[in-house]
Design a protein around this ligand. Structure first.
Ligand code: PLP
Length: 379
């Protein structure tokens, strides 16, 4: 099997699997909120996990909240900030290339009287600075929502430019940054980054599903999305799960080391595939300077879904657009927004890698593409 669908989800790593044994031991399985000593032990474990997670992300422990997924983190950050800070302004800026986790929150805000201003992106998927300045210049921007690495193309946000422009044109604007596809693939140090709120997802870094992280910088006030017993400083109620938080931490530990070596290895795979696929008439839709973990490619003569199923015959797994919308027949809104022709976008397939992929897999992939062209292309 060749799994090139790591932006949709990753497989659970050996260390995360092994860690689950310890994390589910009876001795640490009580409710961390309980007053008895079993509860204290569970809370100690949970708080230790929170501390270590925050250290690895470059944050303070009380700036980190465990959620069920990045979608929940995005909802909490975006809706929670706008709900709490009604006097900060009625406008939010973003792009139309965000993940649905952000776009649907913006849609919700628009229905509730907020003005969403979309910054244009260039053919490389990066927000255009003129457009950013124009939208900020209209005033009243409470929140800016961007994504560090685009999940469909690997396009990397010029975050320095974005945050400097925001800080100079609209200093009170708070920045929410989706870091889901960046974590473990490029250094993310929240103390230096300059974002006010960030989201992360465990299952994209070889953890189990059901765990995410929300970062909220000290001083930024938001309303919680989930109300209840007031756990996690009232930010996210619900009995804390050391199992889910610990699985996230174990995955994070693994991907936090060797980032450069992994990137070099994946770059080689990406470079090889780009060259071979171009020779076969394919168009590469990921920008040249994209993060190498994502390669969006439009195959000549095959619609996206047809190619996906042809590859499946060879036990190769890829995506057409992002996983969340894999069942709908729509052409990628991200590619269209970048100015890609609809017919070219209709043939787009996303290959996405993890550090576990190998060059041998890339070579086998090309052999299978050749076989598919020989067997199925109607000439
Ligand atoms: N943001 C980006 C960029 C993603 O790729 C994804 C998942 O596809 C999400 C957010 C949502 O992540 P989760 O599945 O943890 O809710």
């Amino acid at each position: 099997m060749i799994y090139f669908d790591n932006s949709a989800t990753t497989f659970v790593s050996d260390s995360v699997r092994a860690g689950l044994q310890e994390l589910t031991d009876i001795s640490v399985s009580a409710n961390p909120g309980a007053l008895h000593k079993l509860g204290n032990r569970a809370m100690e474990l949970y708080e230790g996990i929170r501390r270590e997670t925050s250290e690895l992300l470059g944050a303070k422990p009380d700036e980190i909240f465990f959620t069920s997924c990045a979608t929940e983190s995005a909802n909490t950050a975006i809706k929670g900030y706008m709900s709490r800070n009604k006097r900060a302004g009625k406008a939010v800026i973003s792009t139309r290339t965000e993940h649905k986790a952000t776009l649907e929150c913006l849609e919700y805000l628009a229905k509730n009287g907020y003005e969403i201003r979309y910054v244009k992106v260039g053919p490389d998927g990066k927000p255009l600075s003129d457009s950013l300045e124009e939208e900020l210049g209209k005033g009243g921007v409470a929140l800016a929502c961007f994504t560090l690495v685009n999940n469909e193309t690997g396009s990397v946000l010029p975050f320095d430019m974005i945050s400097k422009t925001i800080k100079s044109k609209s200093p009170s604007t708070v920045i929410y940054l989706d870091c889901v596809q960046a974590l473990g693939k490029m250094p993310v140090d929240l103390a230096k980054l300059g974002a006010d709120m960030c989201s992360f997802s465990g299952h994209k870094i070889h953890s189990i599903k059901g765990n995410g992280v929300l970062y909220v910088k000290k001083g930024v006030r938001i309303d919680p999305l989930i109300l209840g017993g007031g756990q996690q400083d009232g930010m996210r109620s619900g009995t804390q799960s050391a199992v889910l938080a610990g699985a996230f931490l174990n995955a994070l530990k693994d991907v936090s080391s060797g980032i450069e070596e992994a990137r070099e290895k994946v770059s080689e795979i990406n470079g090889y595939l780009r060259k071979e696929l171009i020779e076969r008439g394919a168009l590469i839709l990921s920008p040249d300077d994209a993060l190498p973990y994502v390669l969006n490619v439009s195959f000549k003569g095959f619609e996206s879904e047809t190619m996906l199923h042809c590859l499946e015959i060879y036990d190769i797994y890829v995506s057409t657009v992002s996983a969340c919308s894999a069942k709908s027949k729509k052409v990628s809104y991200v590619l269209l927004e970048m100015g890609v022709d609809r017919k070219i976008a209709a043939n787009a397939v996303r290959l996405s890698f993890s550090r576990q992929n190998t060059m041998d897999e890339a070579k086998e992939f090309i052999r299978c593409v050749d076989a598919i062209y020989d067997q199925f292309l109607v000439k």
